[in-house]
Ligand binder design. Sequence first.
Ligand code: KIV
Length: 279
Amino acid sequence: MARVTPADIRAMKRRGERIPMLTAYDYPTARILDAAGIPLILVGDSLGTAVLGYETTIPVTVEDIIHHTRAVVRGTSRAMVIADMPFMSYHPSQEQALRTAGRLLQEGGAQAVKLEGGAVVADTVRRLVDCGIPVQGHLGLTPQSVYQLGGHRLQGKTEAAARRIIDDARSLEQAGVFSLVLELVPAPLARTITETIAIPTIGIGAGPYCDGQVQVLYDLLGMDPDFKPRHVRRFANLAEIIRNAVCAYAEEVRAATFPGPAESFGLDPAPAVSVSDEP
Ligand code: KIV
């Protein structure tokens, strides 16, 4: 089966078909998501906070994203794999953006890239798209600007701020993005943008009116019991499942009931081989 393309994603919006998107960072998880029919898999720079233990996404490098994108691509045959462009990997110049995106496709094997920002990155987006690289935009709460935004808080609350985000969405659409992530914006604003632009919007903490939804996989699986932002719904409690399994394993090792008697492996329950010093 062929991989999902930007045209497929745009067609889903035209048909009114909701688009589920998730992050993944490794091969086995990517296999599960692909088999479940998730059309868009993002190797997000949330890698930094969800997997690598950083406080923000800022320290994530191009090498980090390439490394994890390769694993995710190996685990998929159908989903479009989108690689996030890390902080400062596209800001200094269009040439650098082109080099980074080129590496994410050539070395990582991604089929598309995502970058944060509005009108200010529109020319960069156009340059990437002109070179044949599908680009997904990202507006609202853009985590790479966390220090400027003063934390992970709702964006576009005033009329002026909402107007800026709508203008940014239009700029990105004109520049050629095939879809647009809207993070932490009020639901009515997400609705206006969704109805204003022809490309699909993918919301996270942006209410129910977007064309699709994206979540950081480990958030919805409940991998971190201490982290539950308001926009996250836990569909599983993996932390508890893993802890219970690990405790059961450790208990059995301590009680010498795991791995079980040698016979159960078809091994000869002979006495231990004696070791002598003689040659
Ligand atoms: O890095 C990421 O996972 C993201 C999503 C939250 C959209 O940017």
